[in-house]
Design a protein around this ligand. Structure first.
Ligand code: DX5
Ligand code: ZN
Length: 233
C-alpha cells in the first residue's frame, strides 16, 4: 500500500512541556525556559468537563504573544464547538478538543479549526475507545491519547492506553490516517520509553519538565530517551 506519511524514516520524537506545571505568575518566563521544546502544551479547563479550572482565551492570547514556542491548546471544556475556534484564531499551532465533549460531528469542528489556521486535534480519555473515531480522524491532524484522567498534573501513567496508541500508529503507518499521535499524562523518564515503543510522536510532559531544575535539559533527556526507543525502520 502506498504510504502517505513519511514514517518511519524521518519520524522523530517531539516534546510538548505542559504549562500546567509552570509558575502561573511568570508565564512569559516559563515559556522562555522551554525554548527547545517542539510545542508548549496549554491546558484549558472549565470546571465542567473536568473538575478543575485553569484559564481561558484571554490568558492563552497573552501567552501566544510572548511564547517562542508554538502553542498546543488542549481544551478540556464543554461546548468546544462554541469556544475552540477562538484558540485557532489567536494563532495556536494546534487546537485539540475532546471527543467526549463534542455535541455535533467532530469533523465539522476540525474543518472550522483548520480554516481558522490551526491544526485540528481530537483527544480521547483513558476509558474512551479509538474504534468509533477511526473515520472521523481522517479530518484531524493530531490524536491526543490521554494516559491519565484529565484534570490534574502529576498523576500516574496508565499503561493500558498504549493499545490505542499502537492501533493509531498502525493506522498511520498503513496510510489510513495522517496524523501525529500525542500522549498526555504521567510522561517521565520511567514511562516515555514504553510510549515511544508503542508509537507516540508527541510527548506532553508537565511535572517531568517544570519539576526539573533545568527544564531544557529535561526536554533533551526525554527526547533522547524516546528516540532510543523508537522502532527502527
Ligand atoms: C492533565 C493535563 C496534562 C498535564 C500533564 O489533565 O492534560 O497536560 O499537564 O501533567 P503531567 O505530565 O505532570 O502528568
Ligand atoms: Zn493536557
Amino acid at each position: 500500500m502506498a504510504r502517505t506519511y513519511d514514517h518511519p524514516v524521518s519520524r522523530r520524537p517531539m516534546i510538548a512541556p505542559s504549562l500546567l506545571s509552570a509558575d502561573f505568575a511568570r508565564l512569559a518566563d516559563e515559556t522562555a525556559r522551554i525554548v527547545d521544546a517542539d510545542w508548549a502544551h496549554v491546558d484549558v479547563m472549565d470546571a465542567h468537563f473536568v473538575p478543575n479550572l485553569t484559564f481561558g482565551e484571554p490568558v492563552v492570547k497573552a501567552i501566544q504573544a510572548v511564547s517562542p514556542v508554538p502553542l498546543d491548546c488542549h481544551l478540556m471544556i464543554d461546548d468546544p464547538e462554541r469556544w475552540a475556534p477562538a484558540y485557532a484564531e489567536l494563532g495556536a499551532r494546534n487546537v485539540t478538543v475532546h471527543a467526549e465533549a463534542c455535541t455535533g460531528d467532530p469533523r465539522d469542528l476540525a474543518r472550522t479549526l483548520r480554516a481558522a489556521g490551526s491544526l485540528a486535534g481530537l483527544a480521547i480519555k483513558p476509558g474512551t475507545p479509538l474504534e468509533p473515531y477511526k473515520e472521523v480522524l481522517r479530518e484531524f491532524d493530531t490524536l491526543l491519547v490521554m494516559s491519565v484522567e484529565p484534570g490534574f498534573g502529576g498523576q500516574s501513567f496508565m499503561p493500558e492506553v498504549l493499545g490505542k496508541v499502537r492501533e493509531a500508529r498502525r493506522l498511520v503507518d498503513t496510510g489510513h490516517l495522517q496524523l501525529l499521535v500525542e500522549i498526555d499524562g504521567g510522561i517521565n523518564a520511567d514511562t516515555i520509553e514504553a510510549a515511544a515503543e508503542a508509537g507516540v510522536d508527541m510527548f506532553v510532559a508537565g511535572s517531568a519538565v517544570y519539576g526539573a531544575a533545568d527544564p531544557g535539559a529535561a526536554i533533551a533527556a526525554l527526547r533522547a530517551q524516546a528516540a532510543h526507543s523508537f522502532p527502527t525502520p
